[in-house]
Structure formats: C-alpha cells, structure tokens
Design a protein around this ligand. Structure first.
Ligand code: MF3
Ligand code: CO
Length: 248
C-alpha cells in the first residue's frame, strides 16, 4: 500500500531531505585524489550526527556505513574502505538521513579530477535522466511515465538502465511502496496522486545493464565492468507539481 503524506508531513520530510542535500553539497570539496572512501564516510556520519539526525543506511539490513560509496564499475552499495580515490575515477555517493520521524534519500555521481569524455557523458546523461523522470512526477500521470522517461533518455544515448535495483516510495520508512523501476511503459502503472513521496534513482551503465554482487555481499558491479553512475532525489507530488525535496 502506498502511504500518502499530508502537507505537514511533507514539510517534515523536507527537513530530513535538506540535511541530505547539505551533506552532498559539503562533500564535493572532499572529492580529491588521495581521499579514502572511509574518510568520506567519516565526514558524512559526523555531519549527520551534528544535525541531531541519524544516518539511515548504517545498520540497515546490516549495512556497515553511513554512505554508499561506489567507484567506477561499482553500481551501488559500495562499502567505504581504505581505497584512495584517483584522478580519473568517478564515485557515486548515496546518502540517507532519518530525522524527526521521516527519511530523506539522495545520490550523486562526481568526477575525481579530470575524467574521460565517455565518463563525462555518462554523468550528464544519468543526471538528465533523473530530471526527465522528475518532470513526469505530477498528479494524473502514471508511475511508469517516470520509468519510461528515464529509460528513453538513457537508451537514446546508447547507455543501459540497471534492472535489478529500483527507486521506491519513502517516508516514515526508507523503502515504501511503490517500487519504481527505471524502465517501463508510459501510460502504465498506478496513477500518481497528491501526497506521494518517491525516491527516483536511475542507475545507468555505460555497457550492458547486468550487475553482479561481490563477495562482500553488498557491492554491486557491472557484469562487463563498464562504468556506472547513479543520481537520486526524494520528490513529493503536490497539487502544484513536483517538489524536489533533496535539492538545496
Ligand atoms: N539508497 C539506497 C536506496 O535507495 C539504500 C541503500 S541500502 C543500504 O534504496 F543498505 F545500503 F543502506
Ligand atoms: Co533510494
């Protein structure tokens, strides 16, 4: 069942989401060659705690950290470690916050130093696909209008959308109904109504869409080891249109 939120609840969610946006903004200046993904996790955790909020991912199904840090061919759920970022890498940073009863969830993929033209295009297209999806998040549309917009944006550029992981409803729980695939048919799926709050999160591979999970039980990588990018926003559907809650 999809839980609809009142205007007051959406205001409260906006507070959680603002913390997410602030961490993702602050972390940009930390993204330099030589920094470890563990350093980034420390930054994220202390920032969130300093705002009297809780890192939503830490302890979620046993996940051990506050940020998911996925480098290059890693798609999602990379576990922070002593790995140092290098010039030319890309890193996907996914952050969840729990504050005042509600969750916020967002992700960005950032370049380290100067990256290849192909990597740049992957980042641009993935971010555009998120925006294309968000623009369909309006009352009266259907859920897979979002999915289809993301998929078309990605595939028209020769990239592929990951199929084993999906976006989701979000609110008093990190993951709520409905599931939101990044592929599907426009005009299908549940009707979008006022009060829905969705985490829209395209995961896009430069090569094939298939992924495998490493032996650590978490890190998802592209099967063909091509690069992968991930952008995510938490979005509320209101009577005045979509409201991107994780934007500063
Ligand atoms: N951000 C992920 C999502 O949107 C959640 C990460 S799962 C965790 O579903 F276990 F790593 F926390
Ligand atoms: Co999410």
């Amino acid at each position: 069942m999809t839980v609809l939120k009142s205007q007051d609840e959406i205001k409260r969610m906006a507070d959680s989401c603002r913390i997410v946006a602030e961490v993702l903004d602050g972390i940009r200046k930390k993204i330099v060659p030589g920094v470890t993904t563990k350093d980034l996790d420390d930054y994220v955790e202390s920032f969130i705690l300093s705002r009297s909020a809780k890192p939503a991912f830490k302890g979620y199904r046993g996940y051990p950290a506050s940020v998911c840090a996925s480098v290059n061919e890693e798609v999602v759920h990379g576990i922070p470690s002593a790995r140092k970022l290098e010039n030319g890498d890309i890193i996907s940073l996914d952050i969840g916050v729990f504050f005042n009863g509600f969750y916020g969830d967002a992700a960005v993929t950032l370049p380290i130093g100067s990256i290849s033209a192909e990597a740049k295009r992957l980042l641009t297209v993935t971010e555009h696909s998120l925006q294309a999806g968000i623009e369909k998040a309006i009352v009266g549309n259907r859920l897979f209008d979002i999915s289809s917009a993301v998929q078309q944006c990605v595939e028209s550029e020769g990239f592929s959308v990951v199929r084993n992981f999906v976006g989701h409803g979000i609110g008093r729980n990190l993951h709520e109904e409905p599931q939101l695939p990044n592929f599907g048919k426009a005009g299908e799926g549940p009707r979008l109504v006022e009060g829905m709050t969705l985490a829209i999160e395209p995961m896009v591979n430069a090569g094939g869409w298939e992924v495998t999970v490493l032996d650590d039980g978490w890190t998802a990588v592209t099967r063909d080891r091509s690069l992968s990018a991930h952008f995510e926003h938490t979005v509320a559907i209101t009577k005045n249109g979509y409201n991107v809650l994780t934007k500063l």
